[in-house]
Design a protein around this ligand. Structure first.
Ligand SMILES: *Cc1c(COP(=O)(O)O)cnc(C)c1O
Length: 368
């Protein structure tokens, strides 16, 4: 049997490069609570991403939960069913009701044309996702938010390093939330961050992620423990040194898939957007009816060859038991998302994927 190929494989720099960072942590004996590695990584990420302020977190989900707390969001929030389940879970953890709105068939991001119809007197915010790192229609979303006085919190877990015509896509909306989970483009094993526009908001977020402490004796909010440790921050500093190289490899893999799958009838490659800096975090294809196999049959065929593609995002968030009873979760309200969820397959893409391994994936898809 050939070596298994997974949809992603964590990007790890050489171990010996990490040892000097560990020595520094051991020498200083500062393990967490905003130590030197944490401070350095916040600054380095601001510089790398082109954002003003950023607060590190232990993971992306606690960052999402805290972002909603920071803006005191309540009532109902409009969001997408076509995402990882943490997007909507962060709303439930705040006692907020998610209201699902369908996605755009080209980008699979929240469709701005459908947002207004879902706004009620209880709506306080919109939580879109830059799905697969492809930027949302940020201007249309902001216009609606301004008209109805809503806040916008982007789940930008897929959007590390993505730029549009105006620079970092993370500068849109009120807040953007990143994930540095092992499976993401930039990883600290576990980790995340909130990008925010001003120092005052960052300060509130920094209090919230540290139990609400301002100083030794003052607690100003019912905060949580969301802090990133020095170990994870050190990993981030090391990963940043290799990120450009990793992105270049992803770009080449993306291009090879597009070129070699272009002529395959019934295989549609998503998000070929070369007008911006993309991060090539995923390689989603839609398996159309003209293809000889169903999506699930192709998924199985690849699996039989030891290739583990993933059906992101299937099932839809709105189909999970804690959501499916909601009126907005009904299939009739979400036809585009339901269709994409039944057709999508994410193919292996990661810096260490070898050209001959990628060719095996392509050949199986072509030979059906
Ligand atoms: C990965 C991911 C999250 C959760 O991030 P964690 O760091 O794993 O908690 C949230 N939303 C989306 C869209 C994700 O892909």
């Amino acid at each position: 049997m050939t070596k298994p190929i997974y949809v992603t494989q964590p990007d790890l720099p050489p171990l010996e490069e990490f040892l000097p960072y560990l020595e520094k942590i051991w020498d200083s004996k500062v393990l967490t609570n905003g130590g030197p590695m944490h401070q350095q990584l916040e600054q380095a990420l601001c510089d790398h991403l082109g954002v003003e302020h950023l607060a590190l977190f232990a993971n992306g989900t606690v960052a999402l939960v805290t972002a909603l707390q920071a803006l005191r969001i309540t009532g109902e929030v409009i969001t997408t069913p076509y995402s990882f389940v943490a997007t909507a879970h962060s709303l439930l953890w705040n006692g907020i009701k998610p209201v699902f709105v369908d996605v755009d068939p080209n980008t699979l991001n929240l469709d701005p044309a459908r947002i207004e119809a879902a706004i009620t007197p209880h709506t306080t915010a919109i939580m879109p996702v830059h799905c697969y790192g492809h930027p949302c229609d940020v201007n249309a979303i902001q216009r609606i938010a301004d008209n109805y006085n809503l806040r916008v919190i982007y789940d930008a877990a897929h959007a590390f390093g993505v730029q549009d015509a105006n620079g970092s896509v993370l500068n849109h909306g009120d807040l953007s939330v990143l994930s540095f989970h092992a499976t993401k483009v930039f990883n600290t094993f576990e980790g995340g961050a909130i990008v925010c526009p001003d120092a005052k908001t960052k300060q509130r977020i920094d209090h919230l992620k540290n139990f609400g402490f301002v100083d030794e004796v003052t607690v100003v909010a019912p905060g949580i423990n969301g802090k990133m440790s020095e170990f994870n921050a050190a990993l981030g500093l090391l990963q940043l040194q290799h990120i450009d190289q990793a992105m270049a490899r992803r770009k080449a893999i993306d291009a090879a898939y597009r070129e070699q799958l272009a002529g395959v009838k019934g295989i549609h490659c998503l998000n070929d957007a070369d007008e911006k800096v993309a991060n090539h975090s995923y390689f989603p294809i839609l398996v159309q009816p003209e293809y000889p196999l169903s999506r699930d049959a192709l998924y199985q065929k690849l699996k039989d060859h030891n290739i583990y593609a993933r059906r992101y995002f299937y099932p839809l968030i709105s189909d999970f038991p804690m959501y499916r009873g909601m009126p907005s979760a009904q299939r009739g309200n979400l036809p585009v998302a339901a269709d994409a969820s039944a057709k999508v397959l994410c193919l292996p893409i990661y810096p260490d994927l070898l050209p001959q391994e990628q060719q095996r994936v392509i050949d199986i898809i072509r030979d059906a």
